[in-house]
Design a protein. Structure first.
Length: 189
């Protein structure tokens, strides 16, 4: 018997946090990393990479592949395999509707910042129902922290890893200290 998963069913089912290593093969991981961290990738400066109203002043760079459900970059194909393989892992019908998709690049903070200042403000990416797919472009410091009613779940960035979770869960990141932090954040329904 075949089970068809609908959009509303998916949200009832996403009650855990999925961490999947090597969501794309090693060759694709290296190609994606060299593209995003290469000299010709178009990054755009942001006064505050973490919060739109600029409260934290965490400067960084971003590149929107999809913005407000519309393709915003001719490089959007770079995320196709990540989305497809992630959907397969949690049994979401593919292709989903991509609400937004962007890469972030954060540079390390000065090492004299106190430990308490290294955690960004917890947030949700959007108020509407969605699933977050967070892909780590490279191994780095700067854990992702997801808050559940059972406590915190910390995910250490490792190249090729994704963390997939219900977008209603607040989450944040620890700021990188040792090196740059590069992730792709995808919101789907």
């Amino acid at each position: 018997m075949m089970v068809v998963v609908t959009f509303m069913d998916v949200y009832a089912m996403i009650d855990k946090i999925y961490v999947v290593d090597d969501i794309i093969d090693k060759e694709e991981q290296e190609k994606l990393k060299s593209t995003l961290l290469g000299r010709h990738f178009p990054w755009f400066y942001s006064d505050d990479i973490t919060i739109l109203n600029g409260k934290q002043q965490r400067t960084g760079f971003s590149h929107y592949f999809v913005l407000d459900e519309k393709v915003n970059s001719n490089l959007v194909f770079l995320t196709d395999k990540i989305i497809e393989n992630s959907c397969d892992k949690i049994n979401i019908n593919c292709p989903p509707l991509v609400l937004s998709s962007r890469a972030f690049l954060q540079l390390p903070l000065h090492n004299n910042i106190t430990k308490g200042d290294l955690i960004d403000t917890p947030h949700v990416d959007r108020e509407s129902e969605h699933t977050v797919i967070l892909y780590y472009v490279k191994t780095m410091d700067g854990d992702t922290i997801i808050y559940t009613d059972k406590g915190e779940k910390k995910v250490t960035p490792q190249q090729g890893r994704v963390v997939i979770f219900n977008g209603k869960l607040k989450h944040t990141a620890a700021q990188p200290v040792e090196g740059s932090r590069c992730v792709i954040n995808i919101n789907i329904v």
